[in-house]
Design a protein around this ligand. Structure first.
Ligand code: AMP
Length: 398
């Protein structure tokens, strides 16, 4: 792929139509409860503003389903965005039409215009060419800075890029570079940790990873399904009895490509799925009928840590156990801390992503120590699956 970078271009005096993902959560009083997406985005934008760019910002907020519904107005993020950009932000009541075009034309160097929710128009999610053409009228260069929306072929992430000069934004470039380092050209040995509830939701991820990496550590409810396929009793454990063929296929693929699969040799079980429930460590084939496996055991953790110790690349998606409920967060926390320590020592590049993974790393208190933590849930998973992301394909000028 050859994706032009906005950071390499002369942006002075240019109107940049920037697609951001400022879809943030809110408190009951309407204030932004977690501004991470806005602050991360603003960091890259401040540099462009300092170079004299004029920003026309497009984003979606929630799912208004093509209707003008003020509950989803982007006006509610204007103040937070202004704080993060450290400059005034003008607001346009629509993202297409004469009015917003006039506002965009009136921008001076270093000024910012935030447009109303692109999803107030059905044409957005339909990747409609006419809607994209209206958006393209707002500026000189299109900039996609929303990696987390890159798995969607929408008008503001896909069609628009074919209508004007187009480039990746600063945040998009950071994310793509980090993921490329971890998956497309990883420094060997490269190890993935794949956990979470179900094999069925990550079949493509597992198939892709076992074909590319040296080892895959499997944890969480997913590991139960692998153990079940090997004949282990599950008791009341979460597992998918209908996924035995998938497990066999993944094992075959791994053997063919020389990828080592690691499963927990021992497990933590409990009779209750609640905080501070009594726990017990048993071998991975010894879960009693009335108990459930909720975490990897101490011997498993030692083996996983030994595998990571030699790794130069670590990729992480999904927890090793029911990490929301202590003490079943134990192995997720400890392995996350090991990965963080290897990263701090400069021994490994570590990339993690997916909603629950970010939460798990935060529980372990190490999210900042990873080389890169992606907050793009769907797009991150589709990247792990090896799929082409429409938002990136649209920027490709190769
Ligand atoms: P996912 O969304 O697929 O990454 O799955 C994350 C969820 O899997 C979390 O809510 C975990 O609590 C849950 N989970 C992981 N391991 C287990 C387990 N052994 N038993 C039940 N739930 C688990």
């Amino acid at each position: 792929m050859s994706i032009p970078a906005i950071t390499d271009m002369d942006v002075s005096g240019k109107r940049l139509v920037v697609r951001a993902d400022l879809n943030v959560p809110f408190n009951d009083d309407g204030t932004v409860s977690d501004a991470t997406r806005i602050t991360r985005f603003a960091e890259g934008m401040r540099d462009l503003l300092a170079k004299g760019a004029r920003l026309v910002i497009l984003t979606h907020l929630g799912r208004p389903k093509g209707q003008r519904n003020m509950d989803f107005s982007t006006k509610s993020i204007k103040a937070t965005l202004a704080d993060a950009l450290e400059t005034e932000v003008f607001f346009a009541k629509d993202c297409i039409g004469d009015k917003v075009e006039n506002q965009a034309n009136a921008l001076k160097d270093g000024e910012v215009l935030l447009c109303e929710n692109v999803r107030f128009h059905g044409g957005e999610t339909e990747n409609d060419a006419a809607f994209a053409a209206s958006l393209a009228k707002l500026g000189d260069i299109y900039v996609n800075d929303a990696f987390s929306c890159a798995h969607r072929a929408h008008a503001s992430t896909s069609a628009i890029a074919g209508l004007m000069e187009a480039a990746a934004g600063p945040l998009m470039l950071i994310e793509v570079n980090a993921l490329t380092k971890a998956l497309e050209a990883p420094k060997s040995p490269a190890v993935a940790i794949v956990g979470g509830a179900k094999v069925s939701t990550k079949i493509s991820v597992l198939k892709n990873l076992v074909g590319k990496l040296d080892a895959v550590i499997i944890g969480g409810g997913m590991a139960n399904t692998f153990l079940f396929a090997d004949g282990a009793p599950m008791g009341k454990s979460l597992h998918e009895a209908d996924q035995i063929d998938t497990v066999k296929e993944i094992r075959k693929l791994a053997a063919k490509s020389g990828c080592k699969l690691l499963l927990p040799v021992d497990v933590v079980i409990s009779r209750e799925f609640k905080a501070n429930a009594r726990k017990q460590v048993v071998a991975n084939d010894a879960c009693p009928e009335d108990a459930m496996i909720l975490d990897a055991g101490p011997e498993a953790l030692r083996e996983f840590e030994a595998e990571l110790a030699d790794a130069h690349t670590i990729l992480w998606n999904g927890p090793l156990g029911a990490f929301e409920i202590p003490p079943f967060d134990h192995s997720t926390k400890l392995l996350a801390r090991s990965a963080a320590e290897l990263t701090r020592q400069g021994l490994a590049v570590s990339v993690a992503g997916g909603g629950d993974t970010v939460a798990a790393l935060n529980v372990a208190g190490v999210a900042d120590d990873f080389t890169y933590v992606s907050t793009a849930g769907g797009a991150f998973l589709e990247w792990l699956e090896g799929k082409e992301l429409p938002g990136l394909a649209a920027l490709n000028r190769a």
